[in-house]
Design a protein around this ligand. Structure first.
Ligand code: ADP
Length: 319
């Protein structure tokens, strides 16, 4: 392996830059030539490939977003798109590709490796919906953002005696909502993985008020898909005055936390080292305290599960 290329694809997450930095500097350390691609698979197809050196990644470890930019590229899902990208890889004599992104990005490199390109995935998505890694890059920073928002809203909630609903990102995953809700000490957490009963929840909220609670915060994962309906139910049927806050893209930005910078540094370096060992079509991930590489076939075939123990803990602590 002499030349490798790195790209970021799909939804951005804080810490992607730290991962790019680790890939580039680890590659250079091992005597490889390292190239970057702009705008993910779109840039690969269009040949937006350029050499990177030690200084290309200077001063970026603390920055959110991705200096390589990212995109969603429908063409890469077609044979024509994959062939065009392959042609560019051959033109630049590239031996290995590191793709930083989420499950869509990994479906892309799985297809690409079938054409003979050596690939390695680095998990970066605030949703934490990938199996075979305890955490993806960006999750910890997003969790801190969610927790900070809950703390602030709690101040207003206590002053006004209203029920506040906070919708948290995560696509079909309730991870951010569950962990953010526990860390923020909220009263109710609703996630798509576990069914809920609104009349029961209302009862719990009423009991809280009767005990003299001054605030009530309900965290709902976006995957539940019924934030406004739930708010309306609580207002119309139960008589709670409610306010909805959708945290939205706030959760994707910001300077990465120490945890995310360390994780990104370890995963980025490991991706290059696994490519150097001749491995391909794998994702590097954090398992316990170790970095391990797992076949994309395995990663993409099993859903990430939410820990029932953590959910039970949330139920016990949220009163
Ligand atoms: P994420 O990586 O954050 O999950 P997306 O789901 O948007 O983001 O996927 C990123 C890109 O990966 C897509 O825009 C597309 O170019 C590529 N991709 C997704 N699925 C496939 C697939 N089945 N085959 C080839 N490329 C894919």
């Amino acid at each position: 392996m002499k030349k490798i290329v790195v790209l970021t694809s799909g939804g951005d997450s804080p810490g992607m830059n730290a991962a790019i930095r680790a890939v580039v500097r680890t590659g250079l350390f091992h005597g490889l030539e390292v190239f970057g691609v702009e705008r993910g698979y779109t840039g690969l197809i269009e040949g937006q490939i350029f050499p990177m050196n030690i200084s290309s990644v200077g001063g970026i470890i603390q920055r959110g977003g991705t200096i390589l930019k990212t995109s969603r590229c429908e063409k890469f899902k077609t044979k024509e798109g994959l062939d065009m990208a392959l042609q560019k890889i051959r033109e630049f004599n590239i031996d290995g590709l590191v793709a930083i992104g989420g499950d869509g990005t990994f479906r892309g490199i799985r297809e690409f490796s079938a054409l003979g390109v050596k690939t390695m995935g680095v998990p970066a998505t605030i949703d934490n919906d990938l199996s075979d890694t305890d955490m993806a890059i960006g999750v910890d920073t997003a969790l801190n953002t969610v927790m900070g928002a809950i703390d602030k809203i709690k101040d207003t909630a206590s002053s006004h005696e209203r029920a506040f609903i906070i919708e948290v990102m995560g696509r079909n995953s309730g991870y951010l909502a569950l962990m953010g809700g526990i860390a923020g000490g909220v009263e109710v957490i609703l996630i798509p993985e576990i069914s809920y009963n609104l009349p029961e929840i209302s009862l719990k909220l009423k009991e809280g008020y009767q005990r003299g609670k001054s605030h009530c915060i309900i965290v709902i994962a976006e995957g539940v898909g019924e934030t406004y309906e739930i708010s309306k139910f609580l207002e119309d049927k139960i008589g709670f005055e409610t306010r909805v806050t959708i945290l939205g893209y706030l959760q994707r930005g910001g300077s990465p936390s120490a945890f995310d910078r360390l994780l990104a540094s370890r995963l980025g370096a490991a991706a290059v080292e696994h490519l150097l060992k001749g491995e391909t079509s794998k994702m590097v991930g954090l398992m316990g305290n170790k970095i391990e590489a797992t076949d994309l076939e395995v990663v993409l075939s099993q859903p990430k599960t939410i820990s029932q123990d953590l959910y039970n803990l949330a139920l016990r602590l949220a009163k």
